[in-house]
Design a protein around this ligand. Structure first.
Ligand code: ZN
Length: 223
């Protein structure tokens, strides 16, 4: 089972439990995919086998010919809970990281057309790629976090969580009303505009200024 350690902390690494993802959380990204904003957040889950930590390349799956990057802020739940209120939500977050919600856009398009689940489009190995996590106490203002995703040296995505349609306290409250959140759960919070395809030989860099700067190489699957 994969574990996540918080940067600059002497505490033990936590075992990752559920991987929750929020879709359609930034208006400009909804528009670029031709989707409509929802009244409630789109929620999906990835298997823990999809988790991929820094140190080895992203390996693209064979079953897709169009894997997109979606750079997102990722929350690490510390203290779990059920029916967490929005005013208490930030206290349940142990750390903040960046991640790539890798998406087989070709398979997702087919699934959407048939009204079918997204598991093979979003749950393959490496589909939940994450940076190191920063302890929440090092994030001075968790209501205004900005991040960047660079592809081969060029900025492709800029995230500003003030533009989220469903802000972090809402997400934690909403998920905790449906699922019991547990220590070690991680939550992908949705991607801003600028998504695009990854190909063999690409380098992806995720930056949370002052806290995270991590790179991943991208390889095709060998077998
Ligand atoms: Zn996403």
């Amino acid at each position: 089972m994969p574990h996540i350690a918080l940067q600059a902390q002497q505490t033990e690494a936590v075992q990752v439990r559920n991987i929750f993802c929020i879709g359609r959380n930034y208006a400009a990204h909804i528009a670029e995919l031709g989707n409509r904003p929802e009244e409630d957040p789109v929620v999906f889950i990835k298997p823990t086998s999809a988790l991929h930590l820094p140190g080895t390349p992203i390996v693209l799956p064979k079953h897709s010919s169009d894997v997109h990057y979606e750079a997102e802020l990722v929350l690490l739940i510390g203290q779990g809970g059920k029916n967490i209120t929005e005013d208490k939500a930030l206290k349940h977050i142990a750390g903040y990281g960046l991640g790539l919600d890798l998406t087989a856009r070709d398979l997702q398009a087919t699934a959407k057309k048939g009204g079918l689940p997204w598991a093979i489009a979003k749950g393959f190995d490496c589909a939940a790629t994450v940076s190191p996590f920063v302890s929440a106490e090092h994030i001075q203002n968790p209501t205004c976090i900005e991040f960047e995703m660079h592809l081969n040296g060029q900025v492709r995505q800029r995230g500003d969580i003030r533009k989220m349609l469903f802000p972090i306290p809402f997400i934690v409250r909403y998920l905790s009303e449906v699922f019991t959140l547990q220590e070690g759960d991680i939550i992908f919070t949705g991607t801003p505009e600028g998504v695009g395809s990854l190909t063999h030989g690409d380098t992806v860099r995720l930056v949370l200024p002052g806290h995270i700067d991590t790179e991943f190489e991208v390889f095709d699957s060998l077998n």
